[in-house]
Write a protein that binds this ligand. Structure first.
Ligand code: ATR
Length: 284
């Protein structure tokens, strides 16, 4: 048997993460002698942790909050996905050379297109302009969606739009999250994506959009998965819209990381079943 390869998730906090169960299930399914562990790393020790991972020959890492941006300065190279997203969630160790990738945007796009068909030419309203929104916005625009970005702080939405215009040559509309404005915009939109933290436990009763603002031909995608059925998705159901929960994105960003590390097709069904089984236990 080949020697053991170790993969790691670093973040703070990491307890409650679904990734170890999901990734180890994938490794087992493909009979790979690999192991995946989650390690809590404090912000000020991030550089030491990356140096340690390098020295110990950790084969690959996932990076989560709060390290996705800061970690970039400790790496040897960035894949285009990470350079565009301005954040790293996956690191591959290629014989001591650490390369950063970002699979969040492509994971979300994969999940969305599976459930709602191609986004090319579709009008999409994206709520949020933070790290998660940024990765998703780049993937959507690259795939040809007609994107509008709405954010509480409009200046952040404007910054993201101008970055996308600069990098991809596509001009986007931006707006605030004012209810009346959102309602007007939603009437002409086919897909709504929440990439803000609104609705996440413990503020699970909050939502930026309610049923009377939506219509039944809308696809509503919430990247929040704690809880799985967010207030936004419950409101969308009331409006008769199609809903997609955030677990699919988590599984697919993990599957893309798996493929970067192993060069093998990820056993997506095994990963999804493992994550769905675990989600009931740890995040409910
Ligand atoms: P992440 O990396 O997870 O995207 P982030 O960069 O802190 O985290 O971004 C959080 C997003 O949720 C932002 O779009 C934020 O809006 P602002 O840019 O105005 O801060 C949004 N958000 C968080 N709480 C919110 C709330 N109560 N109402 C509206 N938007 C909110």
């Amino acid at each position: 048997m080949k020697s053991l390869k170790v993969f790691m998730l670093i973040g703070d906090p990491v307890e409650g993460s679904l990734s170890p169960v999901m990734m180890n299930a994938a490794f087992r399914a493909l009979k790979l002698n690999h192991a995946y562990v989650a390690v809590r790393v404090r912000e000020k020790l991030l550089g030491d942790a990356i140096a340690g991972a390098r020295r110990m020959g950790i084969a690959g890492l996932n990076v989560t909050i709060p390290h996705k941006i800061a970690v970039m300065s400790f790496l040897d190279a960035l894949d285009e996905s990470a350079a565009l997203a301005g954040a790293v969630n996956t690191i591959k160790n290629s014989r001591g050379r650490l390369v950063g990738f970002n699979t969040d945007g492509e994971g979300a796009l994969w999940n969305l297109e599976e459930k709602a068909g191609r986004v090319k030419g579709k009008r999409v309203l994206l709520l949020g302009a933070g790290g998660a929104a940024r990765a998703i916005a780049f993937s959507l625009v690259k795939a040809g969606a007609e994107l509008t970005i709405a954010n509480r702080t409009v200046s952040r939405a404007e910054e993201l739009a101008s970055l996308i215009e600069q990098k991809l040559g596509k001009k986007l509309e931006v707006m605030s999250t004012d209810r009346a404005e959102l309602k007007r915009a939603l009437a002409g939109v086919e897909i709504l994506i929440n990439a803000t933290s609104v609705g996440m436990r413990p503020r699970e009763n909050e939502t930026l959009v309610t049923a009377e603002m939506m219509h039944k031909n809308l696809v509503v995608y919430d990247i929040v998965y704690k809880p799985l059925r967010t207030r936004l998705l419950r409101e969308a159901e009331k409006a008769g819209a199609v809903t997609i929960d955030g677990l699919g994105m988590l599984v697919r960003q993990g599957a893309l990381a798996f493929e970067i590390w192993t060069g093998k097709r990820a056993p997506i069904k095994v990963m999804e079943a493992a994550a769905r089984g675990e989600v009931g236990k740890v995040v409910g």
